[in-house]
Design a protein around this ligand. Structure first.
Ligand code: TYC
Length: 129
């Protein structure tokens, strides 16, 4: 899927995902017929993934941690309670696995929410294997 102009005008090059890139067109213009691989045919690199880790503390309420896991990390109640309990019992646990920017945004949001309630909740990010 890509966004095309709604007025029916020609899409700009960056809107067309399957258009061959300049670097892939026949550069010598010899008249030789070449076939360029579409984006679907090219090897698409998967981005590196990162774990968002939740750290236990003695002050943040279980209820707040479950709420954060549901609202920021989109866990259902069962999974949220299981993750919170794991962190409570083992000291650390995975809230979710994301690309770096998404992981960073979730950490920032959660820290702000925790600070607003004066909870010392700590999170960290580490590369997923
Ligand atoms: N240990 C906290 C309590 O007993 C609960 C808690 C769980 C806090 C997970 C932080 O990441 C955490 N109230």
């Amino acid at each position: 899927m890509c966004d095309l102009p709604i007025d029916g005008s020609a899409p700009r090059p960056e809107m067309v995902k399957d258009r061959p890139r300049m670097s892939e067109r026949n550069p010598t213009e010899t008249g030789t017929l070449t076939r360029t691989r579409t984006k679907t045919e090219r090897q698409l690199k998967k981005p590196p993934l990162f774990k968002v880790l939740l750290h236990n503390d003695d002050y943040t309420t279980r209820e707040f941690v479950v709420w954060v896991l549901q609202t920021v990390f989109h866990k259902n109640e069962t999974d949220a309670v299981a993750i919170m309990s794991h962190v409570h019992n083992h000291g650390i646990g995975v809230a979710g696995v994301y690309t770096f920017e998404v992981a960073e945004t979730k950490v920032t949001k959660t820290m702000h929410l925790a600070k607003a309630q004066q909870f010392p909740l700590q999170l960290s990010i580490e590369p997923a294997d």
